[in-house]
Structure formats: structure tokens, C-alpha cells
Design a protein around this ligand. Structure first.
Ligand code: GUN
Length: 283
């Protein structure tokens, strides 16, 4: 079994971005990400802090709009509009989930597709479907980069994606399809899910159930990607994959933490750099 280290690969990606950002700065081009967060969700605040730290590392400017829980939807939409118009801002990220009184879809639709570094806007989602995109959603893009780092050839392989979210499961399936994998998307209503997982050469678990994938469920030599971040009863972090069991059978596996998580942030940096290059007509 070989461990796929998101910590190592994300460091390589961030260092590439840092170098390129330096070259842009020499041409007086600055890169700036605006991060909007509404409310006090502690996990969201940790994610935002890590995103800002990554900006600092690669040499981007970042500006944070931390808004109170009771912020009106209109007020949030106004801020997004202002950021859309602001030519110094290259990327806009609105941390999800939003408080219940705010319509998430409306907010996602309000962000200019040209600054949508999460790739959540319907225009960007549509572009991914036809394989003609500027931005990829950060977690699926990070997973593709992790798989590439192993040299594993996805072409013609059977891939099971467990989970069908708009952020991970659905775009992930599309990217694997574009690499010529045969993709099965499993979810809570899937029949004979164990059989489907057992047949897969590649398993991508994004189901949100602690240690859902057990050792006896995977094929010998499978490549296993764990997208989950769950907390066990003893407070320890764990993924959607039972690492101790599955690592005995997998050819490659990502750990939690230190697998997919750091890649998501590295890919956000990549999207923000891409946005800055697009805005400055640099190819
Ligand atoms: N909440 C959980 N994951 C994400 C993400 O990738 N982007 C944003 N904006 N919010 C999230």
C-alpha cells in the first residue's frame, strides 16, 4: 500500500503558485481573493482562516467579510455585487453553509462566473459538463491532482463515487469520465452498493458517514480516495473510509487528515491565480 500525501502534493502546488505569483508581481499584477463568511459556525471559520493563511503563503492579497448571523440576504447580495465590480478583486468565495434565512442558490448565482473560484455558478458547472472550463471545483480538482501524482492510469478503469453532492460527487464523476473511467455514482438509495464498490478499481468516498467503507468492501489493489472529515465519539478525526482495514487491501489510499483536505485549499489558490491571469489576458 502506498499513502498518497495531500500534505506533500499540496505543498508542491502551492510552491508552483507562489513562484508564478512572484512573476506576476514583477509585472505589477496583484492577485486578490475576497472571502465572505456569514455567522459563527466554528468549522467554517477554521476553513476560512486556513484559506487566508494559504493566500498569505503564495503571495495573494486576501480580504475577509465576516458578517453576523442575522445579515439580511439583500445586504449579502450587495456586498457580492460590489466585489463583482471591484477590479482589484480576482476571486470571490462565499463560505457555505449560509444561515437558513439566506437562499444559497441566489448567492451562488450572484457571484460573477469570472470570479467564481469555487466553480459553483451554473455557468461554470455547465462548462465542466462539456469539458470546456476555466475553473474546476476545488475538492474534485485536488483529487485529480492527487491521482495524477501517483502515475496511476485512470483510462478504462471502473470508478465508484459514493455521494452525489453538487460540490463533490457530481463534478468528481464528470472529471473521472473525462479521463475515460467508467463511473458509477452510488448514494443512499443505491441497491447492492457493496457489490458495486467491490467491483471498483477506484473508490472515491464522499458520503459523510464515519468509516463507511470497510476492508471487506473493496477490491484487492483498489485506489481509494477518502473525502470525508468526520469526528468520532472520542473526538478524533476520521474519514469515510476505515483506514486501518482498507489500507491493508488498497494499492493507494489517502489519509484523513492530510489527504484531500489540504488539496482543496491548494486548488482554490490555483483557481484564484487562473482568475487573475484571465482578468489580465495572460494565457
Ligand atoms: N463549504 C464546504 N466546502 C466548501 C467549499 O469548497 N467552498 C465553499 N465556499 N464553502 C464550502
Amino acid at each position: 500500500m502506498k499513502l498518497i500525501s495531500g500534505k506533500e502534493v499540496s505543498q508542491i502546488v502551492k510552491d508552483e503558485i507562489k513562484k508564478e505569483t512572484q512573476q506576476l508581481l514583477e509585472k505589477q499584477i496583484k492577485v486578490k481573493l475576497a472571502v465572505v463568511i456569514v455567522g459563527d459556525d466554528p468549522a467554517s471559520h477554521i476553513y476560512v482562516r486556513n484559506k487566508k493563511k494559504a493566500c498569505e503563503y503564495v503571495g495573494f492579497e486576501s480580504v475577509e467579510y465576516a458578517l453576523p448571523e442575522d445579515t439580511a440576504e439583500d445586504e449579502l447580495l450587495e456586498i457580492i455585487d460590489k466585489l463583482n465590480e471591484d477590479e482589484t478583486v480576482n476571486g470571490i468565495l462565499c463560505q457555505l453553509p449560509l444561515p437558513k434565512h439566506i437562499d444559497e442558490k441566489k448567492v451562488i448565482n450572484a457571484i460573477s462566473p469570472l470570479k467564481d473560484v469555487d466553480a459553483f455558478h451554473p455557468v461554470n458547472v455547465g462548462k465542466i459538463m462539456i469539458g470546456d472550463y476555466d475553473f474546476l471545483p476545488c475538492t474534485p480538482a485536488g483529487i485529480m491532482r492527487l491521482i495524477e501524482s501517483t502515475g496511476y492510469d485512470v483510462n478504462g478503469k471502473d470508478c465508484v463515487v459514493i455521494g452525489r453532492s453538487n460540490i463533490v460527487g457530481k463534478p468528481m464523476s464528470m472529471l473521472m469520465l473525462q479521463k475515460n473511467a467508467t463511473v458509477t455514482i452510488c448514494h443512499s438509495r443505491t441497491s447492492n452498493i457493496n457489490e458495486k464498490i467491490k467491483n471498483a478499481d477506484i473508490v472515491i468516498a464522499a458520503v459523510g458517514i464515519p468509516e463507511f467503507v470497510k476492508g471487506d468492501m473493496v477490491k484487492d489493489g483498489a485506489l481509494v480516495i477518502d473525502v470525508g472529515i468526520n469526528r468520532k465519539e472520542d473526538g478524533k478525526l476520521c474519514g469515510d473510509v476505515d483506514f486501518d482495514e482498507v489500507s491493508k487491501k488498497a494499492s493507494y489510499i489517502t489519509p484523513v487528515p492530510g489527504g484531500v483536505g489540504p488539496m482543496t485549499i491548494a486548488m482554490l489558490m490555483q483557481n484564484t491565480l487562473k482568475a487573475a491571469k484571465l482578468h489580465n489576458n495572460i494565457t
